[in-house]
Ligand binder design. Sequence first.
Ligand code: NAD
Length: 449
Amino acid sequence: MEIAVIGCGYVGLVSGVCLAALGHKVTAVDVDIKRVESLRQGIVPIYEPGLSEMIKHEVAHGRLSFAIGAAKASATADVIFLAVGTPPAKGGGYDLSYLFDAAKEVAKAATGPKTLVIKSTVNPGTGSKLAAHTSHKIEIVNNPEFLREGTAIQDFMQPDRIVFGASSPEGIATLREIYQPLIDKGYAIVHMSRESAEMTKFAANAMLAMRISFMNELSQLAQVIGADIESVRIGIGTDARIGPGFLKAGVGYGGSCFPKDVQALVHQMKSIGIDPLLLSGIEAVNTRQKNAFAKRILDVLKDTPNPVVSLWGLAFKSDTDDIREAPAFDIIKALLEATSGKITIKAFDPQAIENSKKVLGNKITFSDSVANATTGADAIAVVTDWAEFITQDWIKIAKLMRGNHVFDGRNCLASGKVSAAGLFYHAIGRPPLKPGDIRPGSVGVVSAG
Ligand code: NAD
């Protein structure tokens, strides 16, 4: 099948290359000329494990190419995927202008019947609005994307399920044809109406964000009463009714999806007169969690003149260079504001330094390694759970520091190794450890540090 994918961002590039790997002839399109030109030269503008190699492979086999502007690719393609951004709008909800602009371009270029697949996340009802703006020859279907940055290729090629949202048998048949190789491998397909598919994506992200906020809220209680939220996580996550995913307490969620999707859902419900009682709390908890982390660092360092904090991690999660809505930025802002800029922040991230420099300029110091970021620090704040941070030699790290405090904002470090190195260990919702302490009661708790 000939497919055009509009938008060469995280979702567009991953979908495009994976659709090519399923045997389709794919043209990936963007309005960003520089982006397309660098892709044509084999330079992939985002960091996603395995993506660059896979793009090279599909291009070499003639199944993937890149183009500027949607017109030409849409004219020849049978199916056009829309994977453009749907960022938050100023007044709340989504800014759907990129989606509508791209759809208009596709409709203008189309000479015969086409299927337009909405991959971007949109609020329920968007497909119908789009249909009102395009010709009846264009069948609009929804096929929400559930990939996670960092494991995006695996998520696309080995999905838990693929959701088809279409109001006609023809729409479903086209989607089936596209995904037939995955259907043949036994991956589940769920058919539903377009509105239900749009809402399924919303519901999935809100549910996952809610689980994180739920644990973050409980972590505040655990912190005070001396319980260990990691033990609680395992205690409830092993209950088959609850399941283990997205129960890790931390500094709060970020990224281009959870914050904006929860906000958009709240906005849409309010706009139709339904008070989103539960959903409104998700974001409030998330904001409090980031501020509480910064406050704990400030409390511990309050008597340290000209404190130096080594910040490990800027990306919103590990294995990506994406810094959109990353908690690190709110934490940095809170630290700088509370100290009127008198704190020195030395940050390191394996992939997100370049993106972060564009946002933060010289407000903080960027380091090229964990060791350089740590040298002379009074405290370390781990904000992203990169594998490289988890496997550090804490004896060596302790020697590089001026002070002796480690704040584990992801509950990802081996706490006993940190305290054995002579450091204070402060986690989220876990009893703190003093130098030399071992964690009591963690015997038999698998993977709780
Ligand atoms: P992105 O910002 O990384 O990429 C969007 C791309 O679309 C950009 O390169 C932009 O230049 C391009 N674009 C904009 N208008 C265009 C037009 N008219 N023609 C051609 N190209 C155009 O965004 P993303 O992270 O890939 O997200 C895309 C959508 O997928 C969003 O709706 C997002 O909510 C959703 N989503 C994202 C993820 C994720 O993890 N990033 C996961 C699931 C769903």
